[in-house]
Design a protein around this ligand. Sequence first.
Ligand code: Z7Z
Length: 402
Amino acid sequence: MAATQTTPTTASLDEDPFAPQVLENPLPFQARLRDAGAVVHLRRHDVHALARYEHVHTALTDWQAFQSAAGVGLANFRHEKPWRPPSLLLEADPPLHDAPRTVLGAILGPRAIRRLREAWAQEARQLVDRVVDRGTEFDAVTELAQAFPLRVFPDAVGLTAEGRHHLLPYGDHAFNAFGPPNALVARGAPRVAQLSAWIDSRCARERLAPGGFGAAIWAAADRGDITEDQAPLIVRSLLTAGVDTTVHALGAVLYAFATHPDQWRRLREDHRLARVAFDEAVRWESPVQTFFRTAVGDVEIAGTTIPDGGKILMFLGAANRDPRRWDDPHTFDIERDPSAHVGFGMGIHQCVGQHIARLEAECLLVALAERVERIDFAGTPRRHLNNTLRGWSSLPMRVRPA
Ligand code: Z7Z
């Protein structure tokens, strides 16, 4: 790749945003990045970083200048072979992006998923009853943040029961693979072939139960809204982006409430705050921390020219805590309006599953608010490191029943 030409005024840093100590606590690095300039050249990876809200927002919404089809990871699909066939939603631009997006947008839209609410609320109550009635300490990652999505989402897709334990490791690897080929990627590599084979095999029409999202995708192919070749890849998108993301977002909101008992009291007083509390947790923790775009032609941002084909690394987590945009950005406050956060992205690629994520969160939070007066840590939380996702591997908790 040609060396990047940067204007003399462009800030430059040598740090690696994907180094373990940065992933462990990215906040100090994010602050340095925001303050270094609107555009910062990261020499390690020869990419341009955006960490201020304004510029992250611009890159997310200007899909013509900041393309996705060359990959939204560090790898540049103009020269490098992707580790799997590109996603028709994520790694595509208009016009190819549009039919898959329209089809999936309708299947996962607020109206279409209303039918799931009562059953999911019931599942959440059962799960919460179990941990509360047991009366012992428990790990909120495995027993709530993972257990709840794994209980409701694969069934909603119409996935067969066999092999569901592959979902989390597959997603974890996919999100690591957006970063550089570091130790996190190497650790996942030995299982990729097996995990991918399982995922791909689940996307076939005959493997998907009637009534689920998967069958609805295939029905769209029967109508001619998408082609038969596209259908399995769109199912794959659900299985890639639909599980780990919500697990870490639920982990984030549970951690937020365990560390903010006053906010938990507010939620207990008014359960209608559950939805906005989830979005505030997504702003505050940004379960999806970063991903990339690629410059189409020479693209100018705030006086820096990014050359055609240059990779742009967007720091959603930094934008969501940019003091230029947010009052008290580091405060978790369920009474603020977090709705402009970029934790679900922005523009034509904004998370198509966000209504599903919100519904899962609302069901779980309301079920907890009904039964739990107070949430306390019973041990030290442990981070789960991933090149893209910010989350927890363990949240030891005890709850005081209401
Ligand atoms: O379509 C897909 O397989 C897919 C994979 C990952 C879609 C979206 C994502 C993703 C979500 C990537 C958030 C980065 C951030």
